[in-house]
Design a protein around this ligand. Structure first.
Ligand code: RNT
Ligand code: ZN
Length: 421
């Protein structure tokens, strides 16, 4: 049987499965397809851009030297077209100001206009893409170290304020020409490596600069502006002017868009990362599986990324015999039998998923140095039909499949638990 026939059969199965849950698969697909996803142009050339920078600054860094980086507009656009041929759905392209196309002219960032970006607009139109935009507050001689809009130097501040205004004009023109909104995201690396004493002074200068950039509300409807927060950057470890609290407060008070970058909320420590480290030094270990929410709150174990990572680490590395797995959650706010069922089934499901995953293929790719294939396979694994196998597994074990167990708990609650007073 051909691959397509297999997929068609699989889809029939999925359609019926979702249909039984009251889900119209086709409608869901159409809706998911229509949500715009903005693809950042800077993946293609390691955030280098075309406006003269030879190195990346601002506390961000690109590591690795995989061959094939785009070196000019033509290569970058070609690479984007290739990527788009692999990506379904409504897509936008997110540009940075440093991708200005100067064509021999010499305007600096405080003087960019639509002229520097018209080639991108034409490209976007040809590819049926919307455009989003970002001013570039890094990799430039007018940066004051890692300071831009909060620099104590009024000349530098002036330059960057003008850059911010130019970017609003350019974004508004993107929106006008392409007849769809353009989101303009402001991220500034501003901060200090070591302890800053007069922190309000930096924030007051930042606020005054941003206020000047956003003073004109014209165009905010088609080209909304966002402020992006950050916890810290490399070399900006001790003080960040646009912290999360600052950014949210600013966005709320000025009625602009709040940008939360999922990479900017760092204080996370994952147990999955400790398994092979610990097992390097002890014979065995015990895991109490729980789920912290803000604190050691002992929520019921969910089938989340961390649980899966833990099981993957164990199973893929053959540690099953050295790791004891126990539950340790206690939720008194919902049916306790259901708590056990949910937590235990989830842990078992994660194990099943770990065993079902093509771990041999993943290991081979890694050993061959093909990290591209490793990531691709890891990501595709997330959507393999685990549920179909799980339900069959339950069936063969005489255990209710998903959705069949809860009515039994409800019945038990009625017959037994509710009588306990
Ligand atoms: C940096 C911010 C910012 C940049 C891009 C290139 O921490 O996330 O969004 O990554 O502007
Ligand atoms: Zn970001």
């Amino acid at each position: 049987m051909g691959n397509e026939q297999l997929i068609l059969r699989g889809f029939e199965y999925a359609k019926e499965t979702y249909g039984a849950l009251g889900v119209d698969v086709q409608k869901a697909v159409d809706k998911a397809d229509a949500v715009p996803l903005s693809m950042h142009c800077w993946q293609g050339d390691d955030v280098t851009g075309f406006d003269g920078a030879d190195s990346l600054s601002g506390g961000i860094a690109v590591t690795g030297n995989y061959p094939g980086k785009a070196r000019n507009l033509q290569e970058l656009q070609q690479d984007i077209v290739k990527a788009l041929s692999l990506i379904p759905g409504k897509t936008k392209l997110n540009l940075h100001a440093c991708y200005a196309v100067k064509d021999g002219r010499q305007p600096d960032r405080d003087a960019y206009g639509i002229r520097e970006f018209q080639p991108w607009v034409d490209f976007a139109r040809a590819q049926d893409l919307g455009l989003d935009f970002n001013p570039t507050y890094f990799s430039h001689p007018m940066m004051d170290g890692n300071l831009s809009l909060s620099s104590p130097d009024p000349n530098k501040r002036r330059f960057w304020i003008e850059h911010g205004k130019r970017c609003r004009e350019i974004g508004a023109e993107f929106a006008r020409q392409l007849k769809q909104p353009c989101v303009i995201d402001y991220w500034m690396p501003d901060g200090t490596k070591d302890t800053c004493v007069n922190t309000p002074a930096f924030r007051e200068r930042m606020t005054a600069s941003l206020d000047e950039i956003f003073a004109d509300r014209n165009g905010m409807d088609t080209a909304p502006c966002a402020l992006e927060s950050k916890l810290f950057g490399m070399g900006v470890e001790s003080f960040t002017v646009v912290s999360h609290e600052y950014a949210l407060g600013y966005a709320i008070s000025r009625k602009i868009t709040a940008c939360l970058d999922t990479g900017h909320f760092h204080p996370t420590e994952a147990v999955s990362a400790k398994v092979s480290a610990v097992l390097g030094f002890v014979e065995s270990m015990l895991l109490h599986l729980s789920r912290p929410v803000r604190w050691d709150s002992d929520h019921v174990v969910a089938l989340d990324d961390e649980l899966q990572r833990i099981m993957d680490e164990i199973v893929w590395n053959g540690f099953q015999d050295r790791v004891y797995l126990g539950m340790d959650f206690f939720d008194a706010s919902i049916n306790r039998i259901a708590c056990w069922a949910i937590g235990m089934r989830n842990a078992r499901k994660a194990l099943l998923s770990a065993f079902l995953a093509p771990s041999g293929m993943l290991r081979d790719a890694e050993a061959a140095g093909d990290n591209t294939a490793r990531l691709a396979k890891l990501e595709e694994r997330r959507t393999l039909p685990l549920g179909a196998v799980w339900d069959h597994y339950c069936l063969t074990r005489g255990i209710p499949a998903d959705s069949a167990w809860l009515p039994l708990v409800k019945q038990y609650e009625k017959d037994e638990l509710s009588r306990r007073g």
